[in-house]
Design a protein around this ligand. Structure first.
Ligand SMILES: C[S@@+](CC[C@H](N)C(=O)[O-])C[C@H]1O[C@@H](n2cnc3c(N)ncnc32)[C@H](O)[C@@H]1O
Length: 228
């Protein structure tokens, strides 16, 4: 099984419906804050179920939601069927967007499932699709020294604030015996250092800088990049 196959099913990393709801609400809040203006075109690549994407759509002119998993795309298409400015795309369909037409590309919590080669190819694609003053934001990037324990701590802090601590503790036990844990051991997750990320972005013609992360885990990294 690959990571892309793995995501074509429900994942135990969301420990409860409340966790999932609060997670996507937080991401949507942070993404909406990045939108440069009401007419902007936004691409959320590797968007997951994007439960609160309506909030991002309300802040921009058009929102492309791209995900690799057919199951996720089916759910997105059904959820946002009545939102005319939200368009659901398979990764292959991003190629077909007009070059220079996207003002903001957001990629949250995807890079750990990509090889260095896949990331490099996507950086080229995102640069092609970005408008002249467009921004690429890569977030929730795993630094080399991030341990599973750091993720556990961040989840428990989020759960404490969000009132789902009991579900989080039970969920951590479930995750420890799940396919996610097995795949994490077999395939691993891709980690990047800050310098590696800045080099990879520079090599693809971006001027980039480190930013505070989106979402609940401040130990993971984020980067904002523009065409150099
Ligand atoms: C951890 S989830 C992140 C979802 C969302 N961005 C968030 O921050 O909650 C990773 C998502 O990336 C998708 N994904 C994995 N590999 C992908 C790829 N190569 N292209 C596009 N999406 C991919 C998965 O289907 C999954 O929905």
């Amino acid at each position: 099984m690959s990571w892309r196959d793995y995501w074509n099913a429900d994942s135990p990393i969301y420990v409860s419906d409340r966790h999932k709801t609060l997670h996507y609400a937080l991401i949507a809040r942070d993404v909406a804050a990045l939108v440069p203006g009401p007419g902007a075109t936004v691409l959320d690549h590797g968007c997951g179920e994007a439960l609160s994407a309506g909030r991002v759509a309300a802040a921009c002119g058009r929102l492309y939601l791209c995900d690799g998993a057919p199951l996720v795309r089916d759910r997105l298409s059904r959820r946002f069927a009545d939102e005319p400015t939200i368009v659901v795309l398979a990764p292959e369909e991003v190629d077909g967007l007009p070059d220079g037409s996207v003002d903001l590309v957001v990629v949250n919590s995807l890079l750990q499932y990509l090889s260095f080669e896949e990331l490099d190819a996507l950086l080229g694609l995102w640069r092609l699709k970005l408008s002249a003053r467009g921004t690429l934001v890569l977030a929730d990037v795993l630094p080399p020294d991030l341990s599973p324990l750091d993720d556990v701590r961040a989840l428990l802090a989020f759960a404490w604030q969000g009132g789902f601590l009991r579900a989080a503790l039970a969920g951590l036990v479930r995750t420890a015996f799940s396919d996610y844990r097995k795949l994490r051991t077999e395939l691993g997750l891709t980690h990047h250092s800050e310098a590696e990320m800045l080099d990879a972005l520079r090599a693809r013609g971006f001027a980039a800088e480190r930013r505070p992360n989106l979402g609940h885990n401040p130990k993971r990294m984020a980067f904002a990049a523009r065409k150099a």
